[in-house]
Design a protein around this ligand. Structure first.
Ligand code: ZN
Length: 215
């Protein structure tokens, strides 16, 4: 689960939002958006979540499995189909699991909620757990404990731990640590929650503040 970055909507989206929404509302065509609109949206929502699925935190290839996620389903709230605050990047798996139902209020919101406040990582199984109802529902709805994902988190965890154990050694190892999956402490890192789970909270918090101050 990723807390997204904020910025103004792209100009082209603002200029066409009304027209595109009307097209979708008027006849509910099979394609909710034309190719040009989808390309623009994919490219821009990608920035919001550092190129990762907002739910499972996997890095996505915009030309492949990346999809445009509507937090409020477009069939339930068609007027928000092209609303910038309702659009995110998701992988096909998470997006399809949610389906076109109204989950708003039950799902964690990527632009509001910080996943790390709701979810935690079990380093024995690779699974995520939550104490609150919305965290639990997000895990369930997006199937965030699917086997492939748990394995990927465990791989990231073991790689990180192996390097961390040697960190006291030399500056070279520090460089290696910073290279794995970009910078493992930055929001771009894949499955960063896995890594942060083993770090003292002040370290993760300090890094997060530093990062957000820099962007
Ligand atoms: Zn996903």
């Amino acid at each position: 689960m990723i807390q997204t970055r904020q910025r103004q909507p792209p100009r082209e989206l603002l200029a066409n939002q009304l027209k595109w929404t009307k097209r979708w509302q008027a006849s509910r065509p099979k394609q909710w958006a034309l190719k040009r609109a989808k390309t623009l949206l994919l490219e821009t929502v990608c920035w919001k979540s550092f190129g990762k699925c907002v739910f499972c935190e996997s890095t996505l290839d915009v030309s492949g499995f990346a999809q445009i996620e509507h937090y409020h389903a477009k069939t339930v709230r068609p007027e928000l189909t092209f609303d910038w605050d309702n659009l995110f990047l998701a992988c096909g798996y998470c997006n399809n699991r949610k389906r076109d139902a109204d989950h708003a209020g039950r799902l964690l919101e990527p632009d509001v909620d910080d996943g790390e406040q709701h979810l935690w990582f079990d380093f024995r199984t690779g699974e995520l757990a939550a104490s609150g109802a919305r965290g639990k529902e997000t895990i369930h709805l997006c199937d965030l404990n699917r086997p492939g994902l748990c394995k990927a988190r465990l791989r990231q965890y073991r790689l990180t731990m192996a390097i961390l154990q040697q960190l006291t050694d030399t500056g070279t190892l520090k460089k290696r640590f910073r290279r794995i999956a970009f910078d493992p402490l930055s929001p771009q890192a894949q499955y960063k929650l896995v890594i942060r789970a083993e770090l003292p909270v002040p370290v993760a918090e300090r890094d997060r503040r530093k990062y957000h101050a820099a962007v």
